[in-house]
Design a protein around this ligand. Sequence first.
Ligand code: AMP
Length: 402
Amino acid sequence: MSAHKTLDDLFTAVGLNGLRILVRADLNVPMQDGKVSDATRIERVASTLKELAGRGAKVIVLSHFGRPKGAPDAKYSLKPVADALAPFVGVDVAFASDCVGETAAKAADTMKPGTVLVLENTRFHAGEENNDPAFAGELAKIGNIYINDAFSCAHRAHASTEGITHFLPSYAGRAMEAELSALDAALGNPTRPVVAIVGGAKVSTKISLLGNLVKKVDALVIGGGMANTFLAAQGKKVGKSLCEPDLFDTARHILANARAANCDVVLPTDVVVATEFKAGAASKTVPVDAVPDDMMILDVGPDTIAHLAARFETAKTVVWNGPLGAFEVPPFDRGTVEAARIVAMRSKQGELVSVAGGGDTVAALNEAGAADDFTYVSAAGGAFLEWMEGIELPGVAALSRR
Ligand code: AMP
């Protein structure tokens, strides 16, 4: 049984016909020229909305959009996003120009069962980000039941993600449920051995994440710019590479903790170096102890990839955040692309469970054409990272069965 209350619990508890169900979605989607340019988040929440509407509920959607300063700002209206929602849910979608008060109440009163109403940006009220109980109570008045389907917003204790759960019976939506079960399979109750891959630019942004992972996984692969700091902390010369000397002690501490926890840390054995960071720059592959003084490390080399491939052969679970190299600029995408394709292939063959997430990771996996074959790719940024850090997310904790 899931550790969190889901729609199945709701369906056994009550009949939905005519009930007003508030659904916290993440409609904070990228826009270009007033139109939604990437509908991934809309697609993910659509199945919950359709399922509830299909059971005759009046489905009322709450979301933030952008970063207005606690007051209405036309630039951050959810109206264009509400307009884009209808084709994904296949039922009527109305819009109300406020998420609380008379405007919201009137719009909810006129709803027919089986339809959807999107309420205006919750961040148009300062009480949202302050998690003001009075504001959360106002939101709760609009509905009878609360469903959170926005894992990507669950790391914030805001009125629409946490405060409201003190007023209404609360459940996880289908997208939230899928995300939680994928994350549980990756780090909660994984099949071992578990290999974590952490890349990206800097150690400084991922200290707590690395600290948590060494306690939980069997092997930790460190790539990207952050590997340079680990290599340099072990006395290797990294030339002009991105490096954080003030974190050498931190890096050594993480390595010592990994040893104590029996976690194998896998660092690059060879690297791709160049004198400039630009597309098509002349580059060469060198062993990690032969990086020229005037060159910088921009990717992992083929020997490292071969080592990783061997790890993936025996791994049962892979969890991935951050590119292994400067993947936006070819040819420095090669390490990330090759490693991602191997993980994707083994996942497709049913040999391992692979879960990836966090900003650039999704872009890198998409570029490698690998994302579709991963077991689960999270669309969440900050929430995914906090989960990897082992932090209990307030919006998730509020749905716990306990
Ligand atoms: P992050 O947001 O921490 O996951 O970092 C992602 C960024 O790290 C990407 O923009 C990559 O280009 C960058 N990156 C990865 N490897 C390197 C490297 N060896 N040198 C410089 N930047 C890198």
